[in-house]
Design a binder for this molecule. Structure first.
Ligand code: GRF
Length: 189
């Protein structure tokens, strides 16, 4: 049995999609979801789906071993950031080499880095009149959005597409491809 731990900060629609995808697959399970936002919608989604979810604060993450110790106890095969907005501290990255992945809602290295999240990304893509955007699934290292790329999927944008249209298209790509890529990584070892 392979175990996934998910991190999320907000709505958690990707978390829900991933949980549903693996629900009927006995070889892979989502063991727990962690959130740094006490009132994040992702926590309600987990409750409705009967999946354990835990809130942690800045001190637990950056200034103690609380989150690290908890993760160790979970023995995750993969740690998946799905809309998680805090930078992962070095001690976690060092502890779980090649085991932490993230999804970014654009084609990195474009539109990445600190402050580039949510609709800000799609806004920038629109302002630059890009003809395409997409998703990037990558390993997490000490720098924001700079870890090795695992997979990118592209989608065309038309000039008529507004920021919301771009966001919707990208979310659809995420729902379609993120669980598949996770399953692929877990079937490798
Ligand atoms: C997604 O677009 C993901 O790429 C980004 O944060 C967003 C999370 O959306 N990292 P949701 O909370 O899963 O709806």
């Amino acid at each position: 049995m392979k175990r996934i731990v998910l991190f999320a900060s907000g709505s958690g629609s990707n978390v829900e999609n991933i949980i549903r995808f693996f629900k009927d697959r006995p070889e892979i399970t989502v063991s727990c979801v962690l959130s740094n936002k006490r009132d994040a919608r992702v926590l309600d989604r987990c409750a409705a789906l009967d999946v354990s979810a835990i809130y942690f604060n800045r001190h637990a993450f950056y200034h103690s071993d609380t989150v690290l110790d908890f993760l160790r106890s979970q023995k995750p095969d993969l740690i998946v950031l799905a809309g998680f907005l805090w930078k992962v501290p070095e001690n976690l990255v060092e502890h779980f080499p090649d085991k932490i992945i993230n999804i970014h809602p654009a084609l990195l290295p474009k539109y990445g880095g600190k402050g580039m999240y949510g609709s800000r990304v799609h806004q920038a893509v629109k302002e630059n009149q890009e003809r395409e955007t997409g998703i990037t699934i990558h390993y997490v290292n000490e720098a924001y959005d700079e870890g090795a790329i695992i997979e990118q999927v592209r989608i065309p944008i038309s000039p008529e597409d507004g920021v919301d249209d771009i966001a919707r298209k990208v979310h659809e790509l995420e729902y379609k491809h993120f669980p598949r890529v996770i399953a692929g990584l877990l079937s490798q070892d």
